[in-house]
Design a protein around this ligand. Structure first.
Ligand code: ADP
Ligand code: MG
Length: 321
């Protein structure tokens, strides 16, 4: 029902940035090679995500807006080897219950356009056949004034959106991202799979020139990425990004492992800029811990931590730092 979707929205759709995250994750899951994100007024007026992914067949479009309808896992054991970013089937019904949503989607033949207002379908018609999906979310939280009231300033909400898009772009250098806010381009990546290029687009070329590649391997686990040299630090841990199997995660022990890799080479209270990619067998990871899926359980976390710390240590030693 619309009410239970609004309740779920309380967990999944906290703020405009959460909407952007869910929509872009859907575009990534749909195997897009290009994803364009546009927002107006920090996402409150409009959030638009255009992708060139697989699209949704016209017979499945309404289903996609039903709670717990996911095309991504079909049996229980799939839950223990999730390879997609989504799998709970909550985002579209939640978002459409607290906004006006228009979706145009096509698998390559005749497309479909639907419009939902406050969770109710108001239009469905045939649409253009360009393969891919466009989702427009307008008037977010228009029917949940309490939620609106708890948002931060427009600038803070915009920087949260920007953060999310940056992280998604870092997680997927093989996808060309663009991010435009009130007509201003804030990010553009090439989609050529070059993590260094994405880092440059986000942090600037000068910053990236003070970062070095790291690498580590174990039987089931691969670690790679870029970390800043000890001369380049920040006063917050927020510049340490962890990407596990293409999913941006928060994980304190692994964040500490990054810092530990520098040994005594960092000043107290200073932290590196780092993007650490971890590739592991999905069976070792439980992503079904929290609705936003940023927290995951990893078996063998200490081992991954050692791998990360050693990879950084080795890089610094090779550079005689
Ligand atoms: P989940 O991602 O957990 O499956 P969502 O509510 O986010 O649930 O999306 C529901 C379904 O709609 C997805 O399983 C997928 O089949 C379809 N879908 C949503 N967005 C897109 C998109 N951009 N391209 C293709 N399919 C999509
Ligand atoms: Mg989803």
């Amino acid at each position: 029902t619309i009410l239970s979707n609004q309740i779920a929205a309380g967990e999944v759709v906290e703020r405009p940035a959460s909407v952007v995250k869910e929509l872009v994750e859907n575009s990534i899951d749909a195997k897009s090679s290009e994803i364009d994100v546009t927002v107006e007024n920090s996402g409150l007026k409009l959030i638009k995500v255009v992708d060139d992914g697989n699209g949704i067949d016209s017979s499945q479009v309404q289903t996609a807006f039903l709670r717990h309808a996911t095309s991504k896992i079909s049996e229980q054991r799939d839950l223990f080897r999730v390879r997609t970013l989504g799998f709970r089937g909550e985002a579209l019904p939640s978002i459409s219950s607290v906004a006006n949503v228009r979706m145009k989607t096509s698998t390559g033949s005749i497309g479909t356009e639907v419009e939902y207002k406050g969770g109710k379908l108001v239009t469905q018609k045939a649409s253009e056949s360009r393969k891919g999906t466009t989702v427009e979310v307008a008037s977010l939280f228009y029917n949940t004034p309490a939620r609106l009231k708890y948002l931060s300033s427009p600038n803070t909400e915009l920087s949260k959106i920007s953060d999310i898009v940056n992280r998604l772009a870092l997680s997927h250098p093989e996808i060309a991202f663009s991010f435009i806010s009130n007509g201003r381009e804030l990010l553009r990546t090439s989609g050529r799979g070059d993590l260094r290029q994405v880092l440059g687009a986000i942090y600037g070329v000068k910053t990236v020139s003070k970062m070095a590649a790291i690498k580590g391997n174990d039987l089931d686990i691969k670690v790679s990425g870029y970390v800043s040299l000890p001369e380049l630090t920040r006063s917050s841990r927020n510049y340490i990004s962890l990407i596990l199997n293409g999913r941006f995660i928060r994980n304190f022990p692994l964040t500490k492992a990054v810092i530990a890799g520098y040994g005594s080479k960092l000043m107290i209270g200073r932290f590196p800029i780092a993007v650490i990619k971890i590739d592991a067998d999905p069976a070792l990871i439980d992503v079904n811990v929290h609705p936003t899926k940023q927290e995951v359980r990893i078996s063998d976390e200490p081992m991954i931590g050692k791998l990360i710390a050693n990879a950084i240590y080795d890089m610094l030693r090779d550079k005689q730092l």
